[in-house]
Design a protein around this ligand. Structure first.
Ligand SMILES: Nc1ncnc2c1ncn2[C@@H]1O[C@H](COP(=O)(O)OP(=O)(O)OP(=O)(O)O)[C@@H](O)[C@H]1O
Length: 634
């Protein structure tokens, strides 16, 4: 093999390392942190085998890209992407799998099998290599979920349950052959300690949450103490607003029973303690006091957070996990929601017959009874245009021909423009520029008139999304392009310096005192009191003088990750190139489903096809093991 050219000036190069670590570092597979951690741990643990050190460094590296563990058999086929570029690993001297595995089994750094004490930094179990800490977290999640599913179910008053379901759920809008899965989910939340409520945007997850809370409040006994939480402050604020809005549609007595509901971040719920990293006030010894805990945007919850949450929930509290398993996963390692929803395992027949036994005079369709792990998947979309809905289904199904057929169908709500985005001035961007200008004009007019509601609503008319932050496909370039289009279209656009009227803002850090969260968007307005930055927050918009805002930037374009949890009337998506490691099915699906009315896709057909065919594939052992019979680990 040819050795990559190694220059002393290369920022990511660790000159002190040797052997395999050096080769993999020079090739761009391992970063300095991976190499340093592996070298230090090996030194302390008395390990000098290069292959084991490589396995350790790759395990550390895998966590950075979202995997909980590595599989020595397939690790050489993994996509490597230390920046936004793909690294070619085919030429590297990968150890032979069986020898590699044997070296790991012999190593003083590795506990072998699931039952050994966790006194070594690595663990090899079920063919997967973990850092011990993450193995323990995965075990906590598996054991706590299995325990929750195996515990004798809550006692419910069947008559009240049937009456509540009949009162709160109507089949309006469903075809005769479609089962009411929202109703089914609510029934499961009453009959089990765990409900995993899965569904794409607009399938009525929040509506169902409001309804099931009302249903649980209908049972005998004292009113349940309810906690609503989400992984980010922005998602928590949105959950609170959405549940309040949905509860407004309930019968008055049910609405009253729900009372005032507030949502918080998971960190706040668990009692995050500044200066005490990783430890929360609520844990295994000090359970959360709530009877019902609802966690939204579960796809963004990492394995670590999930382990902490499950430890802190009382065994006799109902847990409702809500999210879209097809979206991008958490920034940190783990894909818990997707793992749980897709885990194999036995059907809960007892639950199936309990659900089937609830009378439903309004329906001629039997409720689905093939329920596993408390999962109910909502499938009816209530909000999208039909074209976006079909596009999302085609992507989710992993079918590139279907996806292209929908994209090229000229249906209302869809634009696909084949554009060579690497050109300095690409042809075919007309629909993008047009959308940017149209939404920008509306924002500008409302901002100049000091109309906060209108300006904020106009801000959500269109969002330009990219996967990359930099380069020809990145947010930086496309933000500037958008600004240029706006400057051409709007007189004196951007005049007035940094805080110009109509400037779209993105909050980049949480500020609990001001009620602003990382990912919130706002706009600068002209008001009688001078310039104000407006941010949407439920009822009245929040208005702040610009001098009070530290962590904001201009947002003409944002990453798909940032946009997770938000929706816009129209979305334009800059598809990354075919060889981008960021190009996955989840990325395309998340981008497309941010739109409620129109999706515009710019890029190559080859990239779109590649995305559809490439699920993100985060390595974890949870999915398979959750489906296996319950085992205790030591
Ligand atoms: N059973 C139903 N009948 C009629 N309309 C419904 C029903 N369920 C939900 N909707 C409506 O569909 C829209 C989307 O519902 P909701 O916000 O609950 O979905 P969601 O899955 O939580 O979406 P998101 O993931 O985007 O937050 C709302 O306007 C809601 O009122």
């Amino acid at each position: 093999m040819t050795l990559p050219l190694v220059e002393d000036t290369d920022a990511g190069l660790v000159r002190s390392c040797t052997g395999l670590l050096r080769l993999f570092n020079a090739a761009g597979v391992l970063g300095p942190a991976d190499v340093h951690t592996a070298t230090a741990v090996a030194r302390i643990g008395g390990e000098s085998d290069e292959a084991v050190m490589l396995a350790l460094a790759l395990t550390v590296r895998a966590l950075r890209t979202g995997s909980v563990c590595i599989d020595l058999r397939t690790i050489s086929e993994t996509v490597y992407d230390d920046s936004e570029q793909q690294v070619d690993v085919s030429d590297l001297p990968w150890p032979a799998v069986e020898d590699w595995r044997a070296a790991c089994e012999r190593s003083p750094l590795v506990s072998v099998g699931p039952y050994r004490a966790g006194d070594r930094p690595l663990r090899l179990a079920f063919g997967l290599l973990y850092l011990e800490r993450y193995w323990q977290q995965e075990e906590t999640v598996r054991i706590e979920l299995q325990r929750r599913l195996a515990t004798p179910p809550p006692v419910v008053d069947a008559e009240l349950l049937a009456g509540g379901l009949a009162r709160i759920f109507s089949r309006r809008g469903l075809s005769e052959t479609e089962p009411d899965r929202q109703r089914l989910a609510a029934a499961v939340s009453a009959l089990r300690w765990l409900l995993v409520l899965a569904g794409g945007p607009g399938t009525g997850k929040t509506t169902t949450v409001a309804k099931l809370l009302a249903l649980l409040g209908d049972q005998r006994g004292s009113r349940p103490r309810i906690a609503l939480a989400a992984p980010t402050g922005k998602a928590a604020a949105r959950l609170e607003e959405a549940v309040r809005a949905a509860s407004g549609t309930l019968p008055p007595a049910d609405r009253e029973r729900l009372g005032e509901l507030n949502a918080s971040t998971l960190h706040r719920l668990l009692g995050w303690q500044p200066g005490n990293r990783g430890r929360f006030r609520h844990d295994r010894e000090n359970h959360l006091p709530y009877d019902v805990i609802v966690v939204d945007e579960m796809s963004m919850v990492s394995l670590t957070m999930m382990a902490r949450l499950l430890e802190a929930v009382r065994p006799d509290a109902r847990l409702v996990l809500v999210g879209d398993p097809d979206q991008l996963s958490s920034v940190e390692a783990g894909a818990v929601m997707a793992d749980v929803v897709n885990a194999p395992g036995e059907i809960d027949r007892e639950l199936g017959s309990a659900v089937a036994g609830i009378p439903d005079p309004g329906s001629s369709v039997p409720a689905p009874t093939d329920l596993r792990h408390g999962v109910v998947q909502l499938t009816h979309t209530w909000r999208f245009g039909a074209a976006i809905d079909e596009l999302a289904r085609a992507i989710r199904a992993g079918d590139p021909d279907w996806t292209m057929q929908v994209l090229r169908s000229d249906r209302e709500g869809l634009v696909f423009a084949e554009v060579d985005l690497e050109q300095p001035r690409p042809e075919g961007l007309g629909p993008l520029a047009e959308r940017v200008r149209r939404a920008g004009r509306r924002v500008d007019e409302a901002a100049r008139a000091g109309l906060a509601f209108e300006a904020l609503a106009a801000l959500d008319l269109h969002r330009l999304l990219c996967a990359h932050r930099s380069g020809p496909f990145g947010v930086a370039r496309w933000g500037l392009e958008a600004e240029r289009w706006l400057a051409e279209a709007i007189e004196a656009y951007g005049a007035g310096g940094e805080w110009y009227v109509g400037r779209p803002l993105l909050v980049t850090a949480n500020d609990y005192d001001m009620g602003l969260y990382n990912g919130d968007t706002g706009v600068v307005l002209q008001t009688e009191q001078g310039l104000r930055a407006a941010f949407a927050r439920g009822g009245e918009p929040l208005l702040y003088s610009p001098v009070r805002l530290d962590s904001v930037q201009t947002v003409h374009a944002m990453t798909v990750h940032r946009a997770q949890g938000s929706q816009f009337e129209a979305v334009s998506f800059i598809v990354p190139p075919e060889d981008s490691p960021l190009l996955t099915r989840e990325l395309l699906y998340t981008a497309v489903t941010r739109a409620t009315r129109q999706v515009q896709i710019f890029g190559s057909e080859a990239s779109v096809r590649k995305a559809v065919q490439r699920p993100a594939n985060r390595a974890s052992g949870l999915r398979d093991r959750l489906g296996a019979p319950s085992q205790r680990s030591s």
